[in-house]
Design a protein around this ligand. Structure first.
Ligand SMILES: Cc1ncc(COP(=O)(O)O)c(C=O)c1O
Length: 400
């Protein structure tokens, strides 16, 4: 196929770096290499049995046909109940859409909301998919840096200065992938005031909201400023909370007219999310929280351990993650050192070195908009984390 055959859009887009590191690590593992994979973005827990049972029942009951494009009523109602119970927010069915994963809901929202020339403000470090999803809709990502010294919290007055008449939306993600940081209540209140005074939307990506280590209830921009409902979209899904990444169910709550346009876009691409997975998601959202509590306590133990190990390595700094299952250490002190004639110049070079020399799969920070860092997912066993940290420490020690 000649290069000219591809659309300009397709030529610009790169594969998700987190998924490609994971694929590389899995390929090495199946070739017999003893790889420790810190690249994964999914819980290493099985989907709870009662959720699987609901899916099996859906199959046995013949619930295997097209459903309404934007999701079954039962699932929309389960989402509405969650938003009420968790955030005190009231939504109607017209304000909810169910998509094939949170990523799909965000993609469709971008298609429904953004035009060429629109700007979308994204705090860095950011989830890898935000800029490409914005660009695929023809809009321009505008990146605002957050600082390690501030625990990656947002400087709202700096963000306000970046707002222009073309700013269509701001994307917030808390707890964050890749830093695990949680925005402070002060930041969310300041953001609320800012949004009130400007003509733009906020997309609150709450996908990790239940994976928090401080024991606090989930909080987002709207729970603190409910009057902003017409300007805020809440993005969430069952992937991370219920270890259901493969089931592909995400959801979005927002103004009814935009949710309706988004549903039309969905109707011309995927149609409804899988009927069986929707039934499983109903069981997940309406079920007990005991699975989440257990998973979070395991993640917390690993978080404490990995941060302790990372901080004990000379010249490595690491902000303690408050949620999600990632640690994002700053390793830039090791740049411009080398080993056996190989120079480490950036996060990609370091991750290549770690993969080849230490058999560690880690994601380069540049993929998240900060080249000084690398991302470790601790969604892997304590034994792997301990072995991996030994290898990491040794590999950095060899660099001179
Ligand atoms: C910050 C963030 N948002 C959204 C998603 C989307 O998850 P899914 O499409 O599995 O619902 C992910 C997955 O990695 C994520 O890390």
């Amino acid at each position: 196929m000649s290069k000219g055959a591809l659309s300009r859009r397709a030529r610009k887009i790169k594969p998700s770096p987190t998924l490609s590191i994971d694929a590389k690590a899995k390929a090495m593992k199946s070739a017999g290499v003893d790889i420790i994979n810190f690249g994964v973005g999914e819980p290493d827990f099985d989907t709870p049995g009662y959720i699987k049972k609901a899916a099996v029942k859906a199959i046995q009951d013949g619930f295997t046909k097209y459903t309404p494009v934007g999701g079954i009523v039962e699932l929309k109602d389960a989402v509405i109940k969650r938003l009420k119970d968790d955030h005190g927010l009231s939504y109607s069915r017209q304000e909810i859409v169910i998509s094939c994963g949170g990523k799909h809901a965000l993609y469709n929202l971008a298609q429904a909301l953004f035009d060429k020339g629109d700007e979308v403000i994204i705090p860095a470090p950011y989830w890898v998919s935000y800029p490409p999803i914005v660009e695929l809709a023809g809009a321009k990502p505008v990146i605002i840096e957050t600082r390690e010294e501030d625990g990656f919290d947002l400087d709202v007055s700096a963000l306000e200065k970046m707002i222009t008449p073309r700013t269509k939306a701001i994307i917030l993600n808390s707890p964050s992938n890749p830093t695990g940081s949680v925005f402070s209540a002060k930041t969310l209140r300041q953001m609320g005031n800012l949004v009130q005074n400007h003509n733009c939307y906020v997309i609150s990506d709450d996908i990790y909201e239940k994976i928090r280590f401080d024991g606090k209830k989930p909080v987002n921009l709207l729970s603190l400023n409910p009057k902003l409902k017409e300007k805020v979209f809440i993005l969430n899904g069952v992937s991370k909370t219920y270890a259901m990444t493969g089931w592909r169910i995400g959801y979005l709550a927002g103004p009814a007219d935009i949710i309706s346009a988004l549903t039309n876009i969905q109707s011309q691409s995927t149609s409804n999310p899988t009927s069986i997975a929707q039934k499983a998601a109903v069981a997940a959202l309406n079920g007990p929280d005991s699975f989440i509590t257990k998973m979070v306590s395991v993640f917390k133990e690993r978080r404490d351990y990995i941060v302790k190990r990372l901080k004990a390595i000379p010249d490595v700094t690491c902000v303690k993650p408050q949620g999600a299952f990632y640690a994002f250490p700053n390793v830039s002190a090791y740049y411009f050192r080398g080993y056996k004639g190989r120079k480490i110049t950036n996060s990609i070079a370091l991750c290549d070195y770690l993969l080849e020399e230490a058999r560690l799969a880690v994601v380069p920070g540049v993929a998240f908009g900060d080249d000084r860092h690398i991302r470790f997912s601790f969604a892997t066993s304590m034994e792997n984390i301990a072995k991996g940290m030994d290898r990491f420490k040794e590999a950095l020690k060899k660099l001179s």
